[in-house]
Design a protein around this ligand. Structure first.
Ligand code: NAG
Ligand code: NAG
Ligand code: NAG
Ligand code: NAG
Ligand code: NAG
Ligand code: NAG
Ligand code: NAG
Ligand code: NAG
Ligand code: NAG
Length: 485
């Protein structure tokens, strides 16, 4: 046996070993598991992990945009006409929300923190200026007080006198800055004089700058990666008490700014939002790419907004019990000190057609008015997201008040917000590098398989050429025999 056959055998055996090894690696998923284990270990809230730093102080800029609805025909509305609203804005603020007072509990299994939010106006991203732009809208303090006193004729009398003295009606014209961050309301001031626990100022975001929404306790993900940043307690409570069923009062999932790693398409992502006064969830919609990062888009499904006929579970959100307003609207009065505030999606997107028809100027569309989360499935990192909510006031004629005139009963849009985030380039580059590494690791079995196939080809070539040589050799041997002598 010469050198040639030995090499051929070795290559053949190598080919088989490499092919078997690669198949074994693929079947047992070893390298995918290595990546998963690494991610599970790294995505935890503990000292010195990137995940902890990102959670504590999210690097991408968050923008809060406010759009206001300007009432163009107040007299008509008071006479029972349809309101005609003009959308103004956006008034854009950069939002900072670092986690503060971060304290580890239970051997690092839990962590407590508050989120202090700060809003700084960004003129370049705004259309108009909040200090000078005037908006005519529903006078929320007046409507709230009217609702509060509606069952006491004495109080109605007093309030009427006050409204006449202050020339206050159910509409008011204020600057955007006042409507958001607060102004001294004359009617509230008068009431404040007698009832000190009623604030004399009003604003949709009054006292919301540089404040927090209470203490949260989160799981760190130490025990199970699925529990990463899951809320276990808010303001010292494990659940809410504004709604009428246990399921609706649950505080589910995270605070919506972080999610566990290794997200799959079939799962439901749950999160709690204190400004919506409830927990929500989102389901997979489509795969996309953002700055080169693969993401899965999750959106709140239609059934969240559906009425009780379609989704009986929503009955718990009808307050008082049994008093359901229809699809796509949420009465958060009990969570807003009795103010008649109704939440919906902007322009009543996904709500009953009747709400859209009641107001002139509503143009709901998916692209601008839907809430969505774009999440990188491997790391669970939020790459892009937008939370979109409209604040409406419930107005109706209230017996005893001429100020409400002949108004129709309406869910009256005041303003909507779009809180959005998009990963910054530095974080995107870092994430892309990490994703590339994990991809390289997971293709190792395929590289081994490729090598095996290459050896297989070399083996076949060697076998064929050696066979030809054998043939040629035997021909050479035979020729002299065939030579006629
Ligand atoms: C993290 O580090 C801080 C100080 O740097 C320490 O006080 C804290 O106990 C550490 N937490 C954990 C969970 O190790
Ligand atoms: C919120 O507070 C910050 C810090 O004091 C300030 O710079 C910013 O202008 C405030 N925002 C508003 C809307 O008042
Ligand atoms: C809103 O309407 C009022 C009254 O018509 C008007 O004075 C004001 O300029 C409008 N606001 C904006 C931002 O256009
Ligand atoms: C934590 O994770 C485990 C397993 O994934 C799950 O059974 C448990 O309910 C989770 N705990 C919380 C509070 O979400
Ligand atoms: C929440 O906590 C408050 C006191 O902090 C308590 O009065 C209330 O009953 C609690 N609610 C629930 C649902 O546990
Ligand atoms: C909270 O999650 C549970 C399942 O874990 C679900 O049954 C319930 O409806 C959720 N509540 C809300 C308000 O989404
Ligand atoms: C979701 O799909 C994954 C595989 O992609 C599977 O392991 C998991 O059990 C599924 N989960 C549910 C809740 O169906
Ligand atoms: C609930 O919604 C469905 C579908 O939008 C509609 O057909 C039905 O009439 C609604 N029910 C009530 C009570 O409004
Ligand atoms: C909203 O809820 C409050 C508190 O339960 C209730 O008084 C009010 O009537 C509700 N509003 C509507 C329009 O049903």
């Amino acid at each position: 046996m010469g050198v040639r056959p030995a090499v051929t055998y070795t290559i053949g055996i190598l080919c088989i070993i490499l092919l078997i090894a690669s198949i074994a690696l693929l079947v047992t998923n070893v390298f995918v598991d290595i990546v998963d284990k690494y991610v599970k270990k790294e995505v935890q809230l503990k000292n010195d992990t990137d995940a902890f730093e990102t959670w504590k102080n999210p690097p991408p800029p968050i923008y809060m945009q406010f759009y206001f609805f300007n009432v163009t025909n107040p007299e008509e509305v008071l006479n029972g006409g349809k309101p005609f609203l003009e959308e103004k804005g956006p008034y854009t603020y950069r939002e900072y929300k670092p986690k503060e007072n971060v304290t580890f509990l239970d051997d690092g299994q839990k962590v407590s923190a508050i989120t202090t939010k700060t809003y700084v106006f960004v003129p370049e991203l705004s259309n108009g200026h909040p200090e000078t732009d005037l908006i005519r809208t529903v006078n929320i303090p007046v409507v709230t007080v009217m609702n509060r006193v509606r069952y006491s004729s004495l109080q109605i009398l007093l309030l009427n006198a006050l409204l006449i003295a202050e020339r206050a009606g159910i509409f008011t014209t204020r600057t955007v800055h006042e409507l958001l961050w607060g102004y001294k309301d004359p009617v509230l001031s008068a009431i404040h004089f007698f009832e000190k626990d009623i604030d004399d100022e009003f604003g949709l975001y009054y006292k919301m700058n540089r404040t927090d929404d209470g203490e949260y306790v989160f799981l760190t993900g130490q025990k199970s990666y699925k529990n990463f940043t899951t809320i276990v307690e808010w303001r010292g409570n494990k659940s809410l008490d504004w709604w009428t069923t246990g399921a609706c009062n649950m505080i589910n999932g995270t605070d919506g700014t972080s999610f566990h790693p290794l997200i799959t398409k079939n799962e439901t992502l749950r999160f709690f939002s204190s400004d919506l006064c409830r927990s929500l969830y989102a389901n997979f919609e489509q795969e996309l790419s953002v700055k080169g990062i693969p993401v899965m888009r999750f959106v709140p499904p239609n059934e969240i907004f559906a009425n009780v006929t379609v989704n009986p579970e929503n009955a718990g959100f009808c307050v008082p019990a049994g008093n359901c307003l229809g699809s796509g609207v949420l009465n958060i009065s009990t969570c807003k000190q009795g103010a008649p505030i109704i939440l919906s999606s902007p322009h009543f997107y996904q709500a009953d057609q009747k709400f859209i028809d009641d107001i002139k100027g509503m143009h709901p569309n998916k692209a601008n008015h839907e809430t969505f989360l774009d999440i990188n499935p491997l790391t669970g990192l939020l790459v892009r997201a937008a939370k979109r909510v409209q604040i409406n006031v419930y107005i109706e004629p209230i017996a005893g008040f001429i100020e409400t005139g002949k108004v129709k009963t309406l869910v009256f849009p005041v303003m909507y917000l779009n809180e959005s985030v998009l990963i910054d380039n530095v974080s995107a580059a870092k994430l892309n590098a990490m994703l590339l590494q994990s991809e390289v690791i997971t293709v190792i079995p395929f590289m081994i398989m490729g090598l095996g196939i290459l050896f297989g080809l070399i083996f076949i070539i060697l076998v064929c050429t050696s066979r030809n040589e054998v043939n040629e050799a035997s021909e050479a041997e035979r020729t002299p025999l065939l030579k006629p002598s």
